[in-house]
Design a protein around this ligand. Structure first.
Ligand code: NCD
Ligand code: ZN
Length: 411
């Protein structure tokens, strides 16, 4: 073995003292005792698969004053995320193969973590994009029903997963908004419920519904062949949170009742995964409510916050590992998120006793703020990607460009 990593391994729902043997960046063996050229002994610390964040906006190219692929991916690495899937609403929009290839070049040159890239599903080049992209993104509120169904049909033929933002603009209310409660009124629960119903009734393969936020949406998700996602902000924040314009996000923050229904659905597996919808904007863009840009950052805090909630048993460790690591990899065909032979050797190490109060100044996003100020988190002490230490002792150990495109479906 090139490298052996030893400690308390999370393996199929159990924590077992053991070794992970790594060769050429892949997990070669998982055994009680292994010999290697190099050994990392983490003692009693917990070793689990690194997270995959299936929903980030790293703003590169086009809006790099908010974030760029190096700051976004550094933030991911410190949060225990070994692979991010970046959304196509960069500038220019990723709706042609040429734009896709340009963006791929930028990300390859700058990323600290592995990455996949979405293509915009509202495109005339779906067949070509389907050969190179990791997945498609559909903004359902941009399209009428005919166009939506037509694009979902074209995407289904490519075999790639399509992530859908499910809100029906016919249920939006045109109004001036000056607080979170107004904003919720302008984009009510019904808008999400009705769009998800519509999409589910179209019966397409490979549909993944982004950021479920309304309690009414949950019943529609049961046994219907789509996968779904929830964000930490929709689990933990609501219209009573003291965030003002910073808390403006799409879909909107809702009520405590919605929070609790989402936690239940995540715990019982009705909602499959947790993703951040990391959508950084500058503080300048988050001043006056009605003009504020919607979106909150989160790629670095998602897994630390979820790990904190395993300590007070709000959610089990096995649900967190499944929702943040295993399942996102499965949905998007990545060879990540599992401690098993043949998988990419992406591991993170936790000292669960070492919890921190989150504050913006400890995070690495360019935007410089977090909606989770003063929440608790357990951050990884080490992030390993393809057998290389990427973060250790709060320091980044690789150069930008270490991250590789992970978009190919693995056999
Ligand atoms: C996203 C962003 O800022 O890119 N904002 C958000 O509120 N989620 C845009 C989007 O995906 O709707
Ligand atoms: Zn988004």
């Amino acid at each position: 073995m090139d490298l052996v990593v030893e400690g308390n391994l999370y393996l199929k729902g159990e924590i077992i003292k053991g070794c992970v043997g790594i060769e050429d960046g892949k997990i070669k063996a998982v055994k009680k005792i292994l010999k290697g050229d190099e050994k990392l002994d983490f003692g009693e610390k917990l070793i689990m698969p690194a997270g995959v964040d299936a929903h980030v906006h790293f703003r590169d190219p086009g809006f790099t004053y908010k974030e760029d692929f190096s700051t976004g991916s550094m933030s991911a690495a410190f949060g225990g995320i070994s692979c991010v899937l970046d959304m196509p609403n960069t500038k220019p929009k990723v709706n042609t193969a040429n734009v896709f290839k340009e963006k791929l070049g930028i990300a390859k040159g700058k990323s600290y973590v592995d990455f996949g890239l979405y293509a915009d599903g509202n495109s005339d080049e779906i067949e070509n994009l389907g050969k190179i992209c990791t997945g498609f993104k559909i903004y359902s509120y941009e399209m009428d029903d005919n166009l939506l169904e037509k694009k979902l049909n074209e995407i289904e033929k490519t075999g790639k997963t399509v992530a859908v933002h499910g809100e029906d603009k016919n249920f939006f209310r045109e109004m001036k908004t000056s607080n979170l409660s107004d904003y919720l009124h302008s984009r009510p629960n019904e808008a999400e419920e009705k769009m998800i119903q519509k999409i589910v009734s179209m019966n397409k393969k490979n549909v993944h519904i982004c950021h479920i936020s309304a309690k009414e949406s949950i019943n529609i998700l049961k046994n219907n062949g789509v996968t779904s996602e929830v964000t930490p902000h929709h689990l933990l924040l609501n219209i009573d949170s003291d965030l003002g314009p910073k808390g403006k996000v799409n879909p909107p923050l809702r009520t405590e009742k919605d929070n609790e229904a989402l936690w239940d659905a995540l715990r019982n597996g009705t909602i499959d995964i947790v993703a951040s919808d990391h959508a950084p904007h500058t503080l300048e863009e988050k001043q006056e409510f009605d003009d504020a840009s919607p979106g909150v950052p989160g790629v670095e805090t998602t897994l630390p916050i979820m790990m904190y909630f395993t300590k007070n048993e709000k959610i089990s460790l096995s649900r967190v590992v499944n929702a943040v690591c295993e399942k996102p990899s499965e949905i998007f065909g990545l060879n990540k998120g599992k401690i098993k032979e043949g998988s990419d050797a992406d591991l993170i190490v936790f000292d669960l006793k070492n919890e921190k109060k989150i504050s913006a100044n400890m995070l690495h996003s360019k935007c410089g703020w977090t909606p989770f100020e003063n929440f608790h988190g357990v951050f990884p002490v080490c992030t390993i990607i393809r057998g290389e230490i990427v973060v250790e002792n709060n320091e980044i150990m690789v150069n930008p460009g270490f991250g590789k495109f992970a978009g190919e479906k693995y056999a």
